[in-house]
Each structure stands twice: as structure tokens, then as C-alpha cells.
Design a protein around this ligand. Sequence first.
Ligand code: ATP
Length: 143
Amino acid sequence: MIHLEVLTAESSVVSTDVDSVVATTMDGQVGILHGHVPLVTVLQPGELVLRTGGEEAYLAVSGGFLQVTPQGIIVLADACEYAEEIDVERAEAAKRRAEQMLEAGAPETDEAAVEAALRRSVARLRVADKYRVKARRRVLPAP
Ligand code: ATP
């Protein structure tokens, strides 16, 4: 087991022991188990998967930093939501808004900020979707 803390500016989202974590970093998906070498990396908007005893929990992380020390993993997230907490309509609206702004290409548009908003919304929708598919599999018997 490895200890995991997920913190945002507002709160502690996760403080628990897990078997492993998969995070979306600037170098792609990284899996971290007990005994991982010390590491500091930048998180991209994407999923954070926690695995414990065959159970998985999914979170959407909008960006931030991940640190691995001998004491455990710390995720400092800009924003972070459990998959089941994601407001899909809000994320869809944010995605549409960002796409429309990029399409309109108004000169005052801060493209980098709008692209970041787009990536956050897409990450939230993917995580929410993945969770829904898993939940459905649990409910429906295998075909
Ligand atoms: P929006 O344009 O909808 O506000 P955003 O990407 O600008 O989205 P953030 O700045 O990343 O939002 O986050 C602000 C706060 O709102 C954070 O606490 C974040 O967890 C929460 N949040 C943002 N979008 C969602 C969502 N779709 N569902 C649940 N919580 C969300």
C-alpha cells in the first residue's frame, strides 16, 4: 500500500492508502506503486485512477503537480472531482463555450486560456463517461 493525499487550494479531497495510482502527466499516463522512485511531475487535465483491493475510483484532475516521496504520493490539484460528482451538463456547456470561442477567433480571445478550459471540460466528460460505463457493467449481467 502507498499513502495518497490529493489536495486543492480549498480542501483535502483524498487522504487514504491505495495499492496504486495512475495519473495523467505531461509524459503520459504514469502508474505508481509502493516503492516508486521519488518524483515530481506536472499533471495534465485528465484522470486519476485509484486502485485498492480490486476496486477502482476515478477522479478528474484539471492540472497541478504530483510528488512521490518515500512517505507517499501528494497530488496538488488546481481542481479535482470524483467521477460521480462531475456535473456533466456543466462540463458539456464549458466545452461548447470554449469551442465556440475558438471558432469565433475574436482578437481579444486568450486562446491558451480557452484551450485549457476545453481540455478541462474534455477530461471531466471522459472521466464521467468512463465511470458511467463501469457502473453500467456492474448493474447489467454480462451478455
Ligand atoms: P466552468 O466553466 O464550468 O466553471 P472550469 O473548468 O472553469 O468550469 P474550474 O476553474 O476548473 O472550472 O473549477 C472551479 C470549481 O468548480 C472547482 O472546485 C471544480 O472542482 C468545480 N467544477 C468545475 N466544473 C465542474 C463540473 N463539471 N462538475 C463538478 N465540479 C466542477
